[in-house]
Ligand binder design. Structure first.
Ligand SMILES: Nc1ncnc2c1ncn2[C@@H]1O[C@H](COP(=O)(O)OP(=O)(O)O)[C@@H](O)[C@H]1O
Ligand SMILES: [Mg+2]
Length: 229
């Protein structure tokens, strides 16, 4: 599903060029869930932006769902994102002037679905919000807002779900509930998942964990108490 080959990204800054990604290799197979951990500022969100075709690397190959992103125009990349990806953000990014149903219907309407609102209602039912369809984001709790975000991300049944600290604005218990839901729906939809998280317990729910440090990936060490002997 994801094949990264020696991906490097250098961006300009006031202090001169900064090497943000320094040779990232990664293969994620269809249906796999990958936990991406590592310190703040190590390049995790940047890597996700590269996988989503939002940031073009300075060098290296990026293949996602059979697309070679380097060869694609901005329009083709926008279409690729709409067709292939669901993205879940820490800060929810719901449209404040739209209710839950309208927020989830956006990607469906963009895709030209005639039954966008029926599908959106079903999706909100799947995340347990069938009784909150006409509530606006400001009338929903953080956990509810992120469940709307999840329903929106999954609305088009994307092959790949990218989640960047999706529980970062939630208390531990609410975050756990949202993540349980995310894993359940990922499995039900057969989606591939990349989950960026600070929380080692959440990362351990993934099939595999990799760690970003200073723009490079390595296999995460086995958690304490589970070291091989
Ligand atoms: N557009 C940009 N221009 C320059 N530096 C950036 C830009 N975006 C991110 N960075 C820097 O790249 C590094 C990695 O950032 P990020 O990917 O957000 O890390 P993480 O998600 O692991 O916390 C940080 O040092 C950040 O300041
Ligand atoms: Mg980040």
């Amino acid at each position: 599903m994801i094949h990264l080959d020696d991906v490097r990204l250098t961006l300009p800054s006031e202090a001169g060029p900064v090497d943000i990604l320094r040779g990232v290799d990664l293969d994620v197979t269809p249906g796999e869930s990958l936990g991406l951990v590592g310190p703040s500022g190590s390049g995790k969100s940047t890597l996700m932006a590269v996988i989503a075709g939002l940031e073009r690397p300075t060098s290296g190959r990026v293949r996602v769902a059979e697309h070679d992103l380097a060869t694609m125009s901005e329009d083709a990349l926008a279409l690729f994102r709409r067709e292939t990806l669901g993205i879940l953000f820490q800060a929810f990014h719901l449209v404040g002037t739209m209710n839950a149903l309208e927020n989830v219907a956006i990607p469906l309407e963009l895709a030209g679905a005639r039954d966008a609102f029926e599908q959106a209602e079903a999706g909100l039912g799947e995340v347990g919000l069938g009784h909150r369809l006409h509530h606006y984001p400001s009338q929903l709790s953080g956990g509810e807002q992120q469940r709307v975000g999840l329903a929106r991300a999954l609305a088009r049944k994307p092959q790949l779900l990218l989640a960047d600290e999706p529980t970062g604005n939630l208390d531990a218990e609410t975050g756990q509930d949202v993540v349980e839901l995310m894993f359940r729906l990922q499995a039900a939809h057969g989606s591939t998942l990349v989950l960026i998280t600070h929380d080692p317990h959440l990362a351990q729910r993934c099939d595999r964990i990799v760690e970003m440090r200073d723009g490079r990936l390595s296999d995460a060490p086995a958690p304490a108490g589970q070291a091989a002997d």
